[in-house]
Design a protein around this ligand. Structure first.
Ligand code: CMP
Length: 356
């Protein structure tokens, strides 16, 4: 709906397209508008119900709904031409950010890193003002049209600091060139700092949210229930969470293995002869390769959408060294499985040999 709406809105601004298919474009735009209006209504109803049950309702989501629904009819009612009124449909693009956990995460990063970001902003402002004033003084006589006023010099500094470099205003004196070079370097340094702050903030935020989700999941895996809180914290740092759809191969027999898996939700099927074995919530798999020659002994496929916790080889070794109770449990289960694989193979071969 969003794509259709935005394409229709864009096409409606091209006169030949509007002349040829104006009615169809309007029909598309009204359909999208009706869809967003109904969606907004449904969301509002759900939000009111949630408020009754005191659940959290993200206020930004409501604002996006309002911006998607209200401006177009108001503009039309106020007599704005239809072509112009429908330009407010560009606000529909905000729907992309609505209810996106990653976007919410980015928002949190901006809030958490507000102070360092603002500090770099102040640095930007200092360079901007000082460089503009200096450039105004240096170049105003030679280029009164470009640098004769402070706003003109400010424009040059913004274009240079952001490394955009339109080239519509350039210094002509040697001193101006020197200042230009300094401003360019300051611009790169400032943006580098901003990007660095945001990137590390985003990575830290992702780590935090992964930690919380993995911690929650670990609590549901009976295998880890013997661990004390510090043990759980340690293991939580080691595990990676992955959502796997139904009927997806997680492990292929004969491949080199570098991790094992714990099932936090869902189910997998281990393809061993003569009959496959199913493993459910709390079970683990993929340990045999790590304990042996790293070669996988069987295919493992999900039978339901599953949440798996992945433990990489290096962390597996740490876990085995530091948590003797878990190590014993994994060892014992691995021995049992190896025995079972052996037994089943023998039975199969034996059965195959005696078969007529
Ligand atoms: P790995 O050999 O690394 O990869 C395939 C996995 O299937 C294996 O580790 C075990 O975790 C699992 N597996 C093999 N045999 C059995 C079995 N009999 N019962 C349960 N799981 C098994």
């Amino acid at each position: 709906m969003l794509a259709v709406g935005l394409v229709a809105m864009t096409a409606a601004t091209v006169p030949p397209v509007r002349t040829a298919a104006g009615i169809w474009l309007d029909a598309c735009l009204w359909c999208c508008f009706a869809y967003f209006a109904v969606e907004g209504g449904v969301r509002l109803r759900a939000a009111m119900r949630d408020r009754r049950t005191e659940r959290y309702v993200p206020p930004l989501s409501g604002l996006v709904d309002i911006l998607a629904i209200v401006p177009v009819p108001i503009a039309l009612i106020c007599g704005v031409a239809s072509e112009t009124a429908w330009l407010f449909a560009s606000l529909w693009v905000l729907k992309l950010a609505q209810n996106s956990p990653e976007f919410a995460q980015l928002g949190r990063v901006f809030v958490l890193e507000a102070k360092p970001l603002a500090a770099v902003g102040v640095l930007f402002l200092i360079v901007l003002i000082l460089a503009s004033t200096a450039m105004h003084i240096i170049e105003r006589q030679g280029q009164p049209d470009e640098f004769g006023t402070l706003p003109g010099a400010l424009w040059w500094t913004v274009v240079t600091l952001t490394t955009t470099g339109y080239g519509d205003e350039i210094p002509r004196t040697s001193l101006g060139h020197l200042l230009g070079a300094i401003v360019m370097i300051c611009g790169i340094a400032t943006f580098g700092l901003w990007i660095g702050i945001l990137a590390t903030g985003f990575a830290a935020e992702r780590r935090r949210s992964n930690f919380i989700q993995t911690w929650d999941l670990i609590g549901k895996v009976p295998f880890f229930q013997s661990l004390d809180p510090s043990g759980i914290t340690q293991i939580t740092h080691m595990l990676r969470r992955v959502e796997v759809p139904e009927r997806t191969a997680v492990i292929r027999r004969g491949k080199v293995g570098d991790c094992m898996y714990f099932i936090a939700a869902g189910e997998v099927e281990v393809d061993i002869t003569p009959a496959p074995v199913r493993l459910g919530v709390g079970a683990f798999f993929g340990e045999l390769a790590l304990l042996g020659d790293l070669i996988r002994t069987a295919d493992v496929t999900t039978t339901k959408p599953s949440t798996l916790l992945i433990l990489d080889l290096a962390d597996f070794r740490t876990l085995m060294a530091h948590h003797s109770e878990l190590a014993r449990a994994i060892d014992a289960e691995a021995k049992r499985r190896l025995g079972e694989i052996q037994r089943r193979r023998e039975l199969h071969v034996h059965g195959g040999a005696t078969a007529p």
